[in-house]
Structures are given as C-alpha cells and as structure tokens.
Design a protein around this ligand. Structure first.
Ligand SMILES: [Cu+2]
Length: 387
C-alpha cells in the first residue's frame, strides 16, 4: 500500500516537472516571437506522438504477458466448470476481433497526428461526404458484430437452458451485505418462502407451515460435489445483487421479487485447483508477506462467491468461500449440517407446530436424532415418530 502511494506521488511530481518545463519552453518561444520555434514545437509534439504510440503498445503487450497467469481464462485460471470453457473461447474470439480494432485504430490515431502536423503552406482538405468510406466502416463492424452476436447467442442458449437431468438445487439470497445460502436438506426440496414472513429469526421468510422447510439447511459456505450438476436459485432481499462465481464463469443478477437461476457443473475440486496453481511461480510465494515461512499462495487458494453488483458501501464484504470436493466428503459435510428449523425455530413462539408432534420432521434416512438437536423433547419426539 505504501509503495503504491509512493509510486503515485512520484508519478505526479514527474508529471508536474514535465508540464512546467514545457510551459517555460513555450513562454521562451513566444518571447522570441520566433516562427521557427513554433515549427520546431510542432515537429517535436508530432514525434512525441509516435514515441507514445510505441511505448503504449509495448506496455500493453508486456503487461498482458507479464500478468497472464493472474487472468481468468489463462495460465492456471482456465474455467473450472464444463460450460466455462465455452465462455472462455467466446471471450478469446471477441478479444481477437477487438484486439485487431484496438491496434489498428491506435496506430491510425497517433500516426495521423504525426503525419498531418501543421506545415507551412499546407491546407487541410475538407471532405463533406464519401459514400464508399461510409459503406466500408459501417459494413465491416456490422458483419463482425453479427458474427459475434450469433456465436454469443448460441452459447447463451446452450448455457442458460434449464436442466431436465438430475441436479442438486441450492439457493442464494443476496442482501445488504452478505449471501444467505440454503440447501434443501434430506427431502431434496426447498420449502416455500414469503417475504412478508421475514423477521429477526426468519432471515429469508421461510413459511414454517410448509414441512419442506423443516429440513432446509443454512450453511455459511457453499460446498458441492465435483462433476455433478448444480442448479442455483438466485434471489435478493433488498436491492440488486449479482451471484458471481468467477472461477466457474457463473454470473447472474439477483433481483428482488424475480427469482433467477444458473445451472452449472463444477469440474475441478479445490484440491486439484491448488495443485494446478502450484505449477506457477506467481503462486509459489508466501500468502502472507509478513510470514515468509507460512503457507504459500497456492496452498491457501479457495474458490469464492462474490457479489458483482455494486450494492452499497458493504458490497465488498459479500464474499463467501466455495469448496468443491469429492462426493463422499460432500456427504460427510451434509450430515454435519443441522436444519435451521430444528436449531432455531422448533418449539419457539415462531413455530406453528409448537408443542405438537411432527411425523415429517424425522424421515428414516435422516441423521441420528441426537445429532439433529440437543433439545431433549425433540429428540424424544423424533424417536417416536421414526418408528
Ligand atoms: Cu451485493
């Protein structure tokens, strides 16, 4: 942070010095009233344009090459989901065409400033209209854009198609400022919600009359098995948020009152991703610079869920860890999670079934009763209804 500040300060100072020198030179020229000085300045400025062009182009290429292993889509950061590869290739196609335009227009911009600098006796030509030119600079971008749109649309339709196959459904609700995550529990069904029911003990407005809600889990992180299709239901509680899993190329707006979704299949476990990072120098450095003996960057890598919609001053804090694991580890983890209803709602005033027996809240395959809750009454009840 300090070195960055120093760099910015020095850059500003150098800029001020250059501007001051230029002003002094200019003033000296005006005092002399010299036409030659004017000519010289024009020439010098034109040459600066060419130097800037060369420097700028070299800077772009060198910095891109230097940082390529940090970019999504390059080096170790190839997509960790099956559809992500399609997005990456689409991105590279777009980059190819826009790259050509970027280089060509910048060369033209600075070259023309050099070539058409003021010269004595030369007057600029005035062209009001040129049909051929108009056709060329309309047709070429139109064709290129059409190609990109066609590719993009077909990829969009492929990626956004909802799934008929078997999938794991989870839910993410964005709010200022965090994600509330929900897993369907042992019945594999997410219970109904109603925003009017949101209160201190019911953060996403689950309807406790709906028994599908009784086994729903509220974990603090996303854990998913590798190679299995996941459908994420995405909603928001207050303002626009955006469900963004950069490493999986998953990105979808979270809109209050309008549920959206995204279907994807993670293909690389967190462990494998770390192993891939290990191969690259950039990640073989200490994760914490203050602790050179500590773990290296690749060792502490974690996938993350971010909010990609600037949603307020706590926007940055919406990060959540995402873990992709083998199926058995996932099953283990699932077993450890406790239904929110059982731990926080059951037999409180918010529970519509307070004091009543529930046959449905303990299906046979559910974890042993003592793991579900410490509450002795519930344990007894569960044992009863399981018979
Ligand atoms: Cu947000």
């Amino acid at each position: 942070m300090n070195s960055l500040l120093g760099f910015v300060l020095i850059s500003v100072l150098i800029l001020i010095v250059i501007v001051q020198i230029a002003r002094v030179t200019e003033l000296a020229g005006i005092r002399r009233g010299d036409k030659e000085t004017q000519k010289l300045t024009n020439k010098r400025n034109a040459n600066y344009m060419m130097w800037f062009l060369a420097g700028f182009m070299i800077f772009c290429v060198v910095s891109a090459l230097h940082y390529k292993n940090y970019f999504l889509g390059y080096g170790p950061h190839t997509a960790a989901s099956s559809h992500g590869k399609l997005i990456d290739s689409l991105f590279n196609t777009t980059l190819f065409f826009t790259g050509i335009v970027f280089v060509a227009t910048h060369i033209a911009l600075f070259y023309f400033s050099w070539k058409y600098k003021e010269e004595e006796g030369v007057k600029a030509e005035y062209i009001a209209h040129d049909t051929r030119l108009e056709i060329i600079w309309t047709a070429i971008p139109a064709v290129v854009m059409a190609i990109l749109v066609v590719f993009g649309l077909s990829a969009w339709n492929e990626i956004m198609a909802d799934t008929e196959d078997e999938f794991i459904e989870i839910e993410a609700t964005g709010y200022q400022f965090a994600w509330h995550l929900r897993y369907p529990g042992s019945d594999n069904l997410l219970g109904t919600r109603n925003y009017k029911m949101i209160d201190g003990s019911n953060p996403i407005g689950q309807d406790w009359e709906d028994i599908k809600n009784h086994d729903d889990l509220h974990p603090g992180e996303i854990v998913l098995p590798v190679g299995e299709k996941v459908r994420v239901r995405i909603t928001a509680r207050d303002v626009l948020h955006n469900f963004y899993l950069p490493h999986f190329r998953v990105k979808m707006d979270a809109v209050p009152g309008m549920p959206t979704y995204f279907v994807f299949t993670p293909e690389v476990t967190t462990e494998q991703y770390r192993e891939n990072l290990k191969e690259y120098e950039e990640y073989q450095v200490p994760a914490d610079l203050e602790d050179p003996e500590g773990p290296q960057k690749w060792e502490v890598f974690n996938y993350e869920l971010a909010c990609a919609e600037l949603c307020g001053k706590g926007h940055f804090s919406m990060k959540r860890i995402v873990k992709i694991v083998e199926r058995d580890v996932y099953d283990e983890w699932l077993k450890e999670q406790q239904p929110y209803y059982m731990t926080s709602i059951r037999n409180t005033d918010a529970d519509p079934f307070k004091g009543q027996k529930l046959a449905s809240d303990s299906p046979e395959e559910e974890a042993p009763a003592e793991e579900v809750s410490e509450d002795a009454d519930i344990v007894a009840m569960n044992a009863e209804s399981a018979e």
